[in-house]
Each structure stands twice: as C-alpha cells, then as structure tokens.
Design a binder for this molecule. Structure first.
Ligand code: FMN
Length: 218
C-alpha cells in the first residue's frame, strides 16, 4: 500500500513538472505584437539582476530589444553568494544594518534622455546595488522608467522609492513581473513562467504610445 502511495506521488510530481515545462517553453516564444510607441530620445536600460535565473536581466533584454539603446548592468564590487539561502543570509544582515553595497563604476551615455532602471525586489524595494547606483546618479532632468521582478510579493514601494531617489527626473509608470519561486528555479524557469515578452511590449506601448496602461500592481 505504502509503495503504491509513493509511486502515485512520484508520477503526480513528474506530470506536474512536465506540464510546467511545456507552459514555460510556450511562454519563451518571442513577442507577437509590435512596439508602436515613440521613445522621447536616446534610451539606456540600466539594471541589476542577482539570481541564477536572471529574471530582471531578461526583462531588461526584452525592453532593449524593442526600444533600442544601451544595456547596462550594475555589478556589485563583491558579488552576493550564488546559493539563494546564502544570499538571503548576507542580504538580511546588510538590510538590518543599513549597509550600502559598493558597485563597480557604471557608465551611461551622456546624451541618453530616457533611462530604464530595473531591479529585483528585495524587502519591498530595489536591491542595494540599485540604491547605490541611484544615490550616485539621481538621473536629474531625464525620463526614468522603473521595472522590477519579484517573488510573488509584488512591487512594494519600489516605484515610489525610485521617485524619491530621482526627485528631479520625470518618472513614468513602471512594469512589475513576477519572478520564479523555488520550485520553478529548480525547473530552470525564470520570469517567463509568469510573463511574456508581449506583456513588456504592451506596457511599452501604454507608456510611449498613449493608451495609459502600465501601472505597477500593488
Ligand atoms: C534578499 C532577497 C530579498 C527578496 N525580497 C523580496 C520581497 O520583498 N518581495 C518579493 O516578492 N520577492 C523578494 N525576493 C525575490 C526576488 O525579488 C525575485 O526572485 C526576483 O525575481 C529576482 O530577480 P533576479 O533574478 O533579477 O535577481 C527577494 C530575493 C532576495 C534574494
């Protein structure tokens, strides 16, 4: 009897995993809608992405594919540990102590007028390397477009914190994508388990094409 229960459980887990993989691969299809908006000037897509699945990096690449401009990665001088549990340990302490994370020099083109700024959500806001970047580069006079990925808790106060960090910038409504959970990570899937390139294009059309979409869910 015990053997039957174990065998049934194993088969169920495998079927769920298989169905999940099918869903994920379907979602990896490229965008089927076109970006039709007008970006007011040269763009740069600046982002930090920490986890193995690189959720925020993927959204950054989708944005850059449609609006063009330079893709710029923020890198801490000392990277966080690779293992998720170790990252949490280090980040928890850093968060509790209010310590800044030093980053390598970031250069964005002087003549870019639109700066997308992307981060994973850590503790309801942008991750410390992005905080360090914005502290040194408040992007005054530029149009700033926030985007983030999160683990299911939503964007928190990310967009509001970008507005506070960039008081002299025009901040447009951002995009929040749900990233992968622990099980999905093991299946090798990232943000595309929940979002598609089309979602990003629809948001871009909303903010640059004039139909008013693209608000971050709270
Ligand atoms: C230290 C730490 C704190 C996090 N805090 C949150 C949080 O407050 N809310 C949430 O929804 N997800 C949280 N997450 C999950 C990440 O936001 C999510 O996995 C994100 O998609 C990772 O993006 P990346 O692959 O670009 O690093 C946290 C992850 C880490 C490592």
């Amino acid at each position: 009897m015990k053997a039957i229960i174990i065998a049934t459980s194993i088969v169920t887990v495998l079927l769920v995993a298989l169905a999940g993989c099918r869903l994920f691969s379907r979602r990896r299809e490229p965008a089927t809608i076109a970006f039709a908006g007008i970006v007011p000037g040269k763009a740069a897509v600046v982002y930090y992405s920490q986890s193995k699945v690189q959720n925020t990096a993927l959204v950054a690449k989708w944005i850059q594919k449609h609006v063009g401009g330079e893709l710029v990665a923020i890198e801490p001088v000392e990277p966080y540990p690779e293992a998720y549990s170790q990252t949490l340990k280090v980040a928890d302490k850093e968060h509790a102590d209010g310590v800044e994370r030093e980053i390598k020099p970031v250069s964005i083109p002087e003549d870019c007028e639109v700066v997308f700024i992307g981060s994973p959500i850590w503790y309801g806001t942008f991750a410390p390397p992005v905080a360090t970047f914005l502290k040194g580069n408040p992007l005054s006079g530029r149009t700033v477009v926030p985007f983030c990925t999160h683990g299911g808790g939503g964007a928190g106060h990310f967009e509001q914190d970008v507005r506070v960090a960039c008081p002299e910038a025009k901040v447009l409504p951002g995009f929040a994508a749900r990233g992968s959970n622990q099980i999905e990570r093991r299946l090798g899937s990232g943000v595309e388990a929940h979002h598609t390139e089309n979602d990003v294009v629809a948001w871009l059309n909303g903010i640059f094409g004039g139909d008013g979409l693209g608000h971050l869910p709270q």
